[in-house]
Design a protein around this ligand. Sequence first.
Ligand code: SF4
Length: 467
Amino acid sequence: MKSAPGEACGVFGVYAPSQRVSPLIYFGLFALQHRGQESAGIATSDGRTVTVYKDLGLVAQVFDEAKIAGLDGHLGIGHTRYSTTGSTHWTNAQPIHRQVGTTSVALAHNGNLTNTRQLAHELGSGVETSDSALMVEAIARRIDDERSDERGLEKAMFEALPTFEGAFSLVVMDQGRVIGARDPHGFRPLCLGELPEGGWVLASETAALDLVGATFRRDVEPGEMVVIDATGVRSLRPFESTDPRLCIFEYVYFARPDSRLHGQSVHAARRRMGATLAEEHPADADVVVPVPESGIPAAQGYSAASGIPYADGLVKNRYVGRTFIEPSQSMRDRGIRIKLNPIPETLAGKRVVLVDDSIVRGSTTRQLVEMVRSAGAAEVHLRVSSPPYRWPCFYGMDTSDRSTLIAARMEIDEIRRHLGADSLGYLSLPGLLAATEADGFCTACLSGEYPTPVDISSSKFVLERTT
Ligand code: SF4
């Protein structure tokens, strides 16, 4: 359950010489639906022709059997989109396709570039063009269609990638190959799996490999480019240096709990976050209740470490998803109840520890605390399994500017009062990092330390005291 943050896309790619890949890509995207619900698309190739189908909507809304049947071929890529740059309309749906002479290129992108303005200037494009479209343009301009070894796309990407700054996990294809690439910081995940009947899969998360029956082989490394074609898998290094900085929010919230990052179970890491939170911010309470679904593992960890019983006190309406029907005003007034409903039997008369994974803007959390109280809770002790979110993200998370971030505007006790909680405790940054049992993270939105230069004159940094 989230009012924010939003995430920026899931990507998937397959090269499987013995089978039609469009059904695999469909199911891969299904597993990555949580990463973006605005549009979905698939591009495939039979070795000669690239075919693309994409539209606004959820994967199951965009594709049916006939559309999947129309996507022929043994290699392809797919994308689910959550817009962070570029508005929500069809032209921003991915994969983006470009024809360069006889070479047909399709690209799917997860992340956000930070040098879009400079790239647009160099390419002579309008700055309103999405960063993903600029990437396609930069690659297309470098394609030498005359190359006799048919490695035009590979060479073009090798040259173009170092001109991109910021966050990008890419899957790109032409008629004969699928290429995966990660920026030198590796802000967004990308992994490589192998199919039992032969062939390779690239996916934003390991859960998507599981769903199509592929075995996880390894993560694509930060700064690595992986080329998959008839000769097998090749690894190239287009960047001079790398500095791994996986987005810490992949662990906190974005990634599915059944995915693995750095070879670690995301679910287990979230439980450890909850356990550390219990040590850092104990509470005198009767019951630990998660905000479903991403707060569940942390609440379990909190309960196990504190000895306070765990109970489901809120039920998520699982099928809300992204609705294209505007709710009526009276329904909007009911706000959060469209997504969550309390179980009064769990909450009435109890001192409740309410565990959520993050608070970004605070508006949903405030409604949530109010809802738990109105269901009869005697006290509400809010516990958050990540530190205060104080700085804007430039790498693909949908946080517009600092003014919208509650922890940028208020001290902790002011936030507590604003949210109507009896107590409030956030997990510390060292506690969060220790819970991952890994290192090499971006923590910019929590620490203000950005791994790449960002435009501090940007409107994102504007901070007005609005309350
Ligand atoms: S700023 Fe925050 S949300 Fe953005 S990439 Fe870094 S850790 Fe992730």
